[in-house]
Design a protein around this ligand. Structure first.
Ligand SMILES: [Zn+2]
Length: 437
């Protein structure tokens, strides 16, 4: 900022001095007694506090639009997930009472609400019932599936997550990443060189690639290889080596294997690593712990199954490869899109420690910006501008005015958010619950 501020001063001064110089040259023909005053002196930047106050005032003047962006988000597939990461940054009273940040997102990675709570899975009724009411008031159909990181099922019948979202009948499913992570408790140490190899395996025990999609990708890659290798056909091995994991994910669907197939494959995997040791003789698997983990986790194989009749993939576009057209797919399964939100969420709060008021402001600003960013990615709008602005009022104004004057909008990708509702968001949620008690 100092650099930009200094350069701005230099440019303004150059403009002024150039005018003076031009005037001075004219004065050789027409005598003039002008005196050229020195330009305004350079003023250094104010302190960081000034910027913080300015930023806060700016957020405060946009609160309603920011809330509107968050509370007018819906989805067909919801994800609920909690994280502890951000709570380390909270200072003062809220630092002591807040332990978890719970988020609900949709299949596009947009966030419906993000609240602070005092415990994992504690006090989430208001959050979930708020979302249920939001859907009802907006006339939205209830979501087809809800992916969670815990409480997917219950021995007594109805899972506690299903109760939280009463009266919805949505299928509750366990996120496969969280399922796989539970196996870590059965390993002796994460520092074992075999650890990484083990962690990469369970995913292929749970999911199988759609063979038709894989065939289509292989044909495209084969044609691509031929045109760059003067017509030679690649061997199967050469062909597979050219396909990156990213390409598989972008163009091919996966489905979950059946319960018994997963059980058999994970059992096989565990057997194959059961007695493995590293070079120092240290076992990878801690037998007793792993036996227990596997016994408990087998109850959740049913919860991993793709919900019947729910389209988990959406086609977001197409691309040409080797002269063939391939679909670009987006997967709505699981809660990995929320995991990525968690990582960014910490960065919404600048610095290391933050009080309640500032946390609230930064969270609202961060989540609404996040949603607007995702909305832009999710829709493939023809003639979309490359503008990068998160100011709802400014964009609305520009969109409406261009519509009136030019007959078409200059920002077709912009959809005005709905009116904000009374939803409690972020710190408000924690403090509101304290007041009720
Ligand atoms: Zn379960």
């Amino acid at each position: 900022m100092e650099e930009a501020h200094s350069e701005e001063w230099a440019w303004q001064t150059i403009r002024y001095l150039s005018d003076c110089e031009r005037h001075k040259k004219m004065a050789t023909f027409i005598p003039s007694a002008a005196v050229y005053l020195p330009p305004p002196t350079f003023r250094p930047l104010p302190l960081a506090q000034w910027f913080e106050t300015f930023h806060s005032n700016d957020i405060l003047s946009h609160l309603d639009e920011m809330k509107g962006v968050i509370t007018s988000t819906y989805g067909r597939i919801l994800k609920m997930d909690s994280t502890k990461k951000i709570t380390k940054k909270l200072a003062g009273g809220i630092g002591d009472s807040a332990a978890w940040m719970s988020n609900i997102g949709n299949e596009f990675g947009r966030v419906l609400n993000s609240v602070l709570t005092s415990g994992e899975g504690a006090g989430l009724e208001e959050l979930c019932q708020g979302v249920v009411t939001l859907y009802k008031n907006a006339g939205q159909a209830e979501p087809e599936a809800i992916y969670v990181d815990r409480d997917c099922c219950s021995q007594s019948g109805v899972s506690s997550v299903a109760k939280l979202f009463h009266p919805w009948q949505s299928a509750v499913r366990l996120d496969s990443f969280h399922f796989m992570r539970r196996f870590n408790c059965g390993l002796t140490t994460e520092h074992n060189p075999l650890y990484g190899i083990f962690c990469a395996k369970p995913s292929s025990c749970i999911f199988a690639w759609d063979q038709e999609d894989v065939q289509r990708l292989k044909e495209a890659k084969r044609a691509e290889w031929k045109s760059s290798h003067s017509g030679h056909t690649p061997t199967e091995e050469q062909l597979m080596a050219t396909i990156s994991p990213g390409e598989l994910k972008r163009h091919c669907r996966r489905r979950t294997r059946g319960v018994e197939e997963i059980r058999g494959m994970i059992s096989g995997l565990l057997e194959s690593v059961w007695d493995l040791t590293d070079t120092t003789g240290l076992r990878l698997v801690s037998h007793d712990s792993m036996r227990h983990v596997w016994e408990v986790q087998q109850k959740h194989l049913e919860c991993l199954q793709d919900p019947a009749g729910v389209a988990l993939y959406t086609k977001v576009g197409t691309l040409q490869k080797g002269g063939k057209e391939l679909d670009i797919l987006r997967c709505g399964r699981g809660s990995s899109s929320l995991e990525s939100f968690h990582r960014h969420q910490c960065a919404f709060i600048p610095g290391w420690r933050c009080n309640a008021v500032h946390t609230q402001m930064y969270m609202l600003e961060g989540v609404s910006r996040w949603n607007m960013g995702r909305a832009k990615e999710a829709v493939d709008v023809e003639g979309a501008s490359t503008l990068r602005s998160f100011d709802v009022r400014l964009m609305s104004h520009l969109s409406n005015l261009s519509q009136r004057v030019l007959g078409s909008t200059l920002v077709p990708e912009f959809t005005p958010p709905g009116k904000p509702t009374s939803e409690r968001i972020a710190v408000e949620y924690l403090l509101g619950r304290d007041q009720q008690r």
